[in-house]
Design a protein around this ligand. Structure first.
Ligand SMILES: [Zn+2]
Length: 243
C-alpha cells in the first residue's frame, strides 16, 4: 500500500516536492530580526529600515518586498520553474540514495519549497516547508537536498530515539542534524547527485567536520552514527570539538 504523499506514478520512494512563490513568506523573513544581517547582504537598501520604529520598519520592509516582486516578476517566475525542473532531474536518484540510507518511509506532509529573494533559507520541520534563495550559489538543488535530509533525519530520530530524544536538548539534535548533513552530502553517491563536492560547512571547524567524517567511516549506518555521536557528545572526557 502507498501512503499519503507517496506518488505511485513516479515510483519514487520519496514525497512530491512542490515549488511555489510566496510573497507573504518573504515578508515574514524580511521582518524577522534573526535574518537581518543575511537579508541586507543581498538587499543593502533595507539597511535604511534598521533603526526605524517597529511599525515604520515593517511598513518599509513590506513595501520593499512588494516592489521587488513587481520589478522581478519574470525572474522569480522563471526561477520557480527552473528550480522545479532542476529538482526533477535529481529527485529519483536522491530518493533512492536516501532510501538506502534510512530504509524508512518519508514522514507525511505537504513538502513545499518557496523560492526566496533572501539568502536565509529557513525551514519548518513540522510542516515540511522551506525557503531557498532563488540565486543560491551552491545551487537550489543542493539546498533542497540539504533541507529534505533534515526532514527525514528528524523523523528518524523521533522514531528511533524517542526516549533519549526527549532528554536531549534541541540544540544538540539540531547540531547533530547539520553535522550529519555535512557528512552525508559529501559521500560520493550524494556528490554524484548534487554536483557539490565541497559545500559550505555547518561544523564549526574543519577538524570537527573531519572527526564526524571519521565517525561515519567507522559506523556507516545512520543508527550507529547517531548512537556513537550521542555517546561521544554526552561523555565529558571525550573532547568532541566545540562540545
Ligand atoms: Zn541545515
Amino acid at each position: 500500500m502507498f501512503e499519503k504523499g507517496y506518488n505511485k506514478a513516479r515510483m519514487n520512494p520519496g514525497p512530491r516536492l512542490k515549488f511555489q512563490l510566496n510573497i507573504e513568506f518573504d515578508r515574514w523573513t524580511c521582518n524577522n530580526d534573526v535574518f537581518h544581517n543575511s537579508v541586507i547582504k543581498d538587499h543593502p537598501m533595507l539597511t535604511e529600515s534598521t533603526d526605524l520604529e517597529p511599525d515604520a520598519k515593517k511598513a518599509f520592509n513590506d513595501r520593499y518586498v512588494e516592489k521587488y516582486y513587481k520589478t522581478h516578476k519574470k525572474d522569480l517566475e522563471d526561477a520557480e520553474e527552473k528550480m522545479k525542473d532542476d529538482w526533477m532531474t535529481i529527485e529519483s536518484g536522491y530518493f533512492e540514495a536516501t532510501d538506502k540510507l534510512f530504509n524508512s518511509r518519508w514522514p507525511e506532509g505537504r513538502y513545499i519549497c518557496y523560492p526566496s529573494i533572501f539568502n536565509c533559507n529557513p525551514r519548518f520541520i513540522g510542516t515540511k516547508e522551506f525557503q531557498v534563495f532563488y540565486k543560491h550559489p551552491e545551487t537550489t538543488n543542493y539546498v533542497c537536498a540539504h533541507e529534505m535530509l533534515h526532514f527525514i533525519f528528524y523523523d528518524y530520530i523521533e522514531k528511533h530515539y524517542n526516549q533519549k530524544y526527549k532528554r536531549l536538548e534541541e540544540k544538540v539534535i539540531w547540531k547533530l542534524s547539520e553535522i550529519f548533513n555535512d557528512v552525508v552530502l559529501r559521500l560520493p553517491e550524494f556528490i554524484a547527485i548534487t554536483g557539490q563536492k565541497d559545500p559550505g560547512i555547518y561544523a564549526e571547524t574543519r577538524d570537527e567536520l573531519n572527526d564526524a567524517i571519521k565517525l561515519w567511516e567507522n559506523t556507516k549506518t545512520v543508527g550507529a552514527f547517531v548512537t556513537k555521536y550521542l555517546v561521544l557528545f554526552s561523555n565529558p572526557v571525550y573532547n568532541f570539538p566545540n562540545n
